[in-house]
Design a protein around this ligand. Structure first.
Ligand code: FES
Length: 129
């Protein structure tokens, strides 16, 4: 595994989270993060819709998409990208590494190793058109 850099935070044992479950960590960053499990993997997004500041953790999570409860914008939990209006940009996406010791989120990782293009320099923020 590549060496991780930047601020990290232990999330504890999340092995009981099943596919399709999400969990909010309110004390992380300005808005908290929402951790989701999709196809066995954990992903973390800033818990704040880019459209009008609504917690995504209060929305619906299906497959790899989380739907904002207020106006229905959808975001891909794997990279933070949005699917279209009313959001005009994605949300910050953070790398989560899970091991026998628990899950750790890297708040300043840009996820380049796993995600390829599309991640900015700060917190994995993905901006689209
Ligand atoms: S606040 Fe999320 S779509 Fe409007």
């Amino acid at each position: 595994m590549a060496e991780e850099s930047g601020e990290s935070l232990d999330l504890g044992d999340l092995s009981e989270m099943a596919d399709g479950e999400m969990k909010c960590f309110e004390d992380v960053g300005d808005y908290g993060i929402v951790v989701c499990r999709s196809a066995g993997q954990l992903y973390a997004l800033e818990d704040n819709c880019s459209h009008a500041d609504t917690p995504l953790s209060e929305g619906r999570f299906r497959g790899a998409k989380i739907t904002c409860p207020l106006h229905g914008a959808q975001f891909d939990v794997r990279d933070g990208t949005h699917s279209g209006p009313p959001a005009w940009e994605g949300v910050a996406c953070y790398k989560v590494v899970e091991s026998d010791d628990g899950a750790v989120v890297y708040l300043s990782s840009n996820n380049d190793d796993d995600k390829g293009d599309g991640f900015g320099e700060v917190g994995g923020m993905f901006r689209t058109r």
